[in-house]
Design a binder for this molecule. Structure first.
Ligand code: OXD
Length: 318
């Protein structure tokens, strides 16, 4: 059903090429008046945003809902936004499969000793290293939302034992059928979950409860030779503690896609650390056509007075 003619949508996305988004949104919602936000613009009914300035919300005081063009809303929740204004994040929109690819790539590269073979090539050394057994690499997925569940399935497909942790018990059918899967739920199971994992995949949202969650003590619970893959938010991990455990040899390595400060500063020790692989927050990109389709569908649902999936629980922080 088309939306009402007079709807106004304001687009305010940092670090985003606006024109392709405006074109796609106008095509998906032809009845709406969709404009790139600038200071002093008329008040809109809906907003499509990524990392907008506070000024946006100071001026846009008639919004009925805000669509975030990413999965994480932590940056948005740091702003002063009316508490009753619904914030809707993308759920999946093509990100889950990308996340699964990224995590499996990092995991398999670690299992198959990609770094060591790369070094051997540099030295022109023909050495066949002893095969490793994936049974010795239980993979702990910290956070079992849409992305975490997809990652768990993909990892299980390669025959790894999978451990999953969620804040509340929320076992889906997708996970129930996995062959070697162990579920942990609630804060008091976190230590046991970590101790049951050798590879840790961080997929939690950043909230007051998860900031600095992975400190020396908790990372130290991972099995010896542990490996950390962070595709969620940099601030989940205490950086100095991660470095200390890598240097002490308890952790074998880390693949990091997200950082406390992005872009990662040029002099940051992660860049040159021999056990760390750095990528520039690319594990799951926002895909324009899937995202616009999802935003248009959700906006229509809201206009019809229906609840929409992906609406952020402001209390919980995601
Ligand atoms: C994110 C995203 O939230 O890239 O990090 O969508």
């Amino acid at each position: 059903m088309p939306v009402a003619a007079a709807l106004r949508i304001s687009f305010c996305c940092a670090d985003t090429q606006a024109q392709p988004w405006l074109d796609a949104l106008r095509q998906a919602l032809p009845e709406a008046d969709i404009r790139l936000w600038q200071s002093g613009a008329p008040r809109a009914d809906y907003a499509v945003v990524w990392a907008p300035p506070q000024q946006f919300f100071d001026e846009q005081t008639a919004l009925r809902a805000v669509f975030n063009t990413g999965a994480g809303v932590d940056a948005l929740l740091r702003l002063n936004i009316p508490p009753a204004l619904p914030i809707v994040r993308l759920d999946d929109a093509g990100m889950a499969v990308q996340m699964a690819e990224y995590v499996c790539h990092a995991l398999l590269r670690h299992l198959r000793e990609g770094d060591a073979y790369q070094e051997q090539q540099r030295q022109a050394q023909w050495v066949q290293r002893a095969p490793r057994s994936r049974g010795d690499y239980p993979v702990g997925i910290l956070g079992l939302g849409v992305l975490g569940q997809r990652v768990a399935q993909a990892v299980a497909h390669f025959g790894f034992p999978v451990r999953g942790w969620s804040r509340t018990p929320a076992l889906s059918h997708a996970l129930a059928g996995l062959p070697d899967f162990q579920a942990f739920a609630g804060a008091d199971t976190l230590d046991d979950f970590l101790a049951a994992s050798r590879v840790l995949v961080c997929l939690l949202p950043l909230t007051e409860a998860t900031r600095d969650l992975l400190d020396r003590r908790r990372l130290g619970r991972l099995q010896a030779g542990g490996y950390v893959i962070n595709v969620a938010r940099g601030a989940l991990i205490v950086e100095d503690d991660l470095l200390a455990l890598l240097d002490a040899g308890h952790l074998a390595g880390a693949t990091l896609d997200v950082f406390r400060t992005e872009p990662l500063p040029g002099d940051h020790p992660f860049w040159k650390h021999p056990k760390i692989t750095v990528t520039p927050h690319i594990s799951a990109r926002t895909l324009l056509s899937e995202s616009v389709r999802q935003i248009a569908d959700k906006l229509r649902l809201l206009e019809q007075g229906h609840p929409v999936p992906g609406t952020v629980d402001r209390q919980r922080g995601y």
